[in-house]
Design a protein around this ligand. Sequence first.
Ligand code: URA
Length: 259
Amino acid sequence: MDSPIGYHEAKALLEWQVELGVDEAIGETPINRYELDAAPPKPKPAPAPEPETTPVAAHDPVAAAKSAAAAATNLDALQGALAAYEFCDLKRGARSLVFADGNPAARVMVIGEAPGRDEDLQGKPFVGRAGQLLDRMLDCIGLARTTPGAEHAVYITNILPWRPPQNRDPKPEEIAMMLPFVQRHVELAAPDVLVLMGNVSCLAMLGRKGITRLRGNWQDVLGRPALPMFHPAYLLRNPHAKREAWHDLLMLQARLRGL
Ligand code: URA
């Protein structure tokens, strides 16, 4: 700022103020308080009304899913929470909520992608052609969804509980909404081992896809060993990959024996 007075005069004034006890500069422009209006103090503006507190969950589908899933203390309650969840449009196009099949006490929990036509019709995961192949694969290592004892049983679910239209790939926002429910599902079922079937399951549970490289390599999901494998629908289209799938099944069997 240009000063109307010279350097020496300004310095003298400053020293004089310091002598008087001034020890702080509070503004760049001097104010002559004798010339100020003795205007009455302005009334304080009324405080702004409190914004209406809408719970975060009411407009954030993922937050709503997290709180609904966390509140479920058993599998029935979790299924009920999913049935009551209104943020996922897939629900409106699907016939059934496909929650799970098999024995919830099983040591192995299989997580697939999403119901297809047959699953939507029957309300159970993996009942179509891919599901029949899955049953045969599990049977090879002595596991079945219908076995009464937990030791040789499997429990099966999907990342999405509702069929996407025309079996299209799940959208990232659909996976994000359903993930808290799947994570709670794993916590409540508490299996010894998870099997992640295909890319969508890996993307949701590991945050990564690239099943060709992931398969056959144990991962950690929610503190449990998780084995990515080729999806049985992929094996139907690419029968040559059954060799790797067989290798992975044997790894699963060895792990179960060792645990
Ligand atoms: N594919 C899946 O990933 N899940 C099913 O339930 C059926 C087919």
